[in-house]
Design a protein. Sequence first.
Length: 477
Amino acid sequence: MSLSPLIVVKVGGALLTDGNALRHVSESIARRRLRGERLLVVVSALRGVTDELERAATLALDARSGLELVRDVMDRLRRQHESVLSELPGRDAVRLRLQPVLDSIGGLLTGIRLTGELTPRTRDLVMCHGERLAAPLVAAGVLAAGADARDVTSEEAGLVASGTFRVGSCDLAATAPRLAALEHELHDRVVVLTGFYGVNAAGDVVLFGRGGSDYTAGVVAACLHARGLELWKDVPGFMTADPREVPGARLVSELSYEEACELGLYGARILHPRCLEPLRGLPVAVSVRPVADVDATGTLLVERRAAPSAPGVVALAARRGVAVVRVQGAAMVNEPGVAGRILSAMGEARINVDAVAASMTSLSFTIAASDAAGARHALRRLHERGEAGVEDVRVQEQAALLGVVGERVAGDPTLAGRLLARLGALGIDVHLVCHGPGDVSLSCAVPEADLRRALLALHEEFFPAGARPGRRRARSA
Ligand code: ASP
Ligand code: MG
């Protein structure tokens, strides 16, 4: 018998809003299975569940939060999952499966409450329960839709984690041989796997970072040599801009891995930036597809796009809630290592720096607005110690970072000119312009209140009506 191709499908738990949604997703999976494909489905937690678990773990620490907190959380989670499986044949069996998971959440929260202690290890353990609740729902849905299915947890499947809690990684070399044990089963049924976490050598649950189920899907596709990885989303695919900001945004038919990652880093919440990391060099066809019609290709992600003859913008992305820090000092001209000291001070304060632009006498960079106070404090200390030639520090809050993404855009000076001209014509104050790392993005920081106008104008500039996104336009003479 010839082997049918293996496809890994990632289904976001946020898609499972009610019984109808579960039925639709399950039928889409079952249909593909009955067509002869072998399918491994990776699921994430239902919408808001991971946040709720994290919040509950923290609240449980407060001595005043009583048993009601624990009961409330369990009740809410039970109701949310109930509403999704309410119309499912076989729901009683699923309820029996969910109960121990809910009990485990209850037990952990009680433990935190009684000990007044929440370690990173326990937090990860609490937060992985959303996926443990979601996987049985999807497996039951697929069964009800007429294809055999079984849910497995990351620990059963053998996803070996390494690194720090919360933002760990998967050890691919250790994981691949363990996952191979699923190969056989995949001939008989759909396997539904929990995303988001693995288990380290000490037996502890380690999360792969928020939104990390996409990464799990990439890992599994790589380890099992899948032919395809499909990320089912509630959007048509990657768009030329967020359609909520830019109504004229269009579907992008093809993106390189780097372009997709870059868009993810700017906050296009389509794909986790680490999803493609395990897939480099492997012949896996990756696509982001609309859950409404999973036979549509959506956006194809390829390691390298064919013939990148001229730079071209493929999409715009933006992130709100940014602060722009501008450090000035005349001494910066002569003294080597100043920029390094300033950025190290940010690192020591555990502040993540995104875009950086430097001149002879100033250094500007963007950080999350929530880090603004910490950055001010760290820079004040540098100033007081007379270090780094810091004379003046300005922090512009309520800014947004806007990225213009496409292969080789950073190397094209005309693009920056067009960007500045367009924003200048609208009187939008550009706090900073910077070439992203690598060659695939050009970014600028603008006042948050002007972001929408900026996006609309730049979309018009780089995606004039009639031009086809995802294809390169020849560079105009
Ligand atoms: N449920 C996890 C989160 O909310 C993982 C994911 O959604 O991919 O971060
Ligand atoms: Mg997600």
